[in-house]
Design a protein around this ligand. Structure first.
Ligand SMILES: [Zn+2]
Length: 302
């Protein structure tokens, strides 16, 4: 039920891109797309689907305050657990519509978790956040599968150390499609207590109870999880369609960064954007292979 929204802005991305010295192979595509956009920051109207159906069971209140310059660590969910239990959702397109995975050897959820996390960091830096990305397999593809969760290189271990040192760790996820998933929302960190950033993200995306599934491994270690939405319908189509992918990632990242920055009290003028008129809700029907799709009906398919 996340309301459709549209924001268009114009931000230079070239400088920030130049600051990324080691691009993950997965970034090549997005990198090229951004070069093509030549300094523009295209966004689109994007319905991320239903909010968590457990939002009414939110049993926590984020009160821990964080300083404006608090270092934010962004992680991609399942980045260290491919080809094993807990690899993430394949998504509706692959499981039910005969689509090919976005990348061999990787669940689609991780593919989008990586691109989304990287875009959040890129945009966050442009807007003055102290924010960075960690990928266990950035230098060694073998680290896509780390069997021991307590290995010092896992998301869990790196995120736990970050929170212990006073930072804020956020792990990006997409939820399962249909009845397997719950919708967009925050599964807040338990260790070190919920923060004002968790509270703001929950207001924006929805919430899960803090003891969801008996307290998950990440929240137990001080890492907040954010489900962007179920990997299905309009959200998945917008990401998979090369014509809308870049704008979809921008739109999602903008929403996350704006929410975090506001919660940290970072001055608003840095976030001034031009709000575009709403796009028409009805569009020509199409298919998930890159052609237009009906934007109003497909987002709530689960
Ligand atoms: Zn996940």
């Amino acid at each position: 039920m996340a309301s459709a929204w549209a924001i268009a802005g114009c931000f230079a991305v070239g400088l920030a891109l130049a600051g990324i010295s080691r691009l993950h192979p997965l970034m090549v595509e997005a990198h090229e797309a951004e070069q093509l956009s030549a300094g523009a920051f295209p966004t689109l109207e994007l319905n991320t689907g239903p909010r968590s159906r457990l939002s009414h069971r939110k049993n926590w209140l984020g009160k821990v305050r964080l300083a404006e310059h608090t270092e934010i660590l962004v992680l991609a969910g399942h980045a260290d657990s491919q080809a094993m239990a807990g690899a993430g959702t394949p998504g509706d397109a692959v499981d039910n519509q005969g689509a090919m995975p976005m990348q061999d050897g990787m669940r689609d959820e991780l593919y989008w978790n990586l691109l989304t996390a990287q875009r959040i960091v890129l945009l966050g830096r442009q807007r003055g956040l102290n924010i960075r990305f960690y990928d266990p397999a950035a230098e060694d593809p073998a680290l896509r599968s780390i069997l021991d969760g307590e290995d010092p290189r896992t998301n869990w271990s790196v995120g736990r150390r970050h929170s212990e040192q006073g930072g804020y760790a956020l792990e990006i996820h997409y939820d399962a499609y249909g009845d397997h998933g719950f919708g967009s929302g925050v599964i807040p960190r338990v260790r070190f207590g919920q923060t004002v950033v968790d509270e703001a993200l929950a207001a924006e995306f929805g919430a899960f109870p803090s003891d969801f599934r008996g307290v998950l491994g990440a929240p137990e270690r001080g890492i907040t999880m954010l489900e962007i939405g179920k990997l299905e319908g309009e959200l998945e189509h917008s990401l998979r369609d090369p014509a809308t992918r870049d704008a979809a990632l921008n739109t999602i990242a903008d929403r996350v960064v704006r929410t975090i920055a506001t919660a940290l009290g970072i001055p608003q003028p840095q976030f001034a954007t031009t709000v575009s008129p709403p796009l028409p809700l009805a569009s020509p029907s199409g298919r998930p292979d890159g052609l237009p799709y009906p934007s109003a009906a497909s987002g709530d398919a689960g």
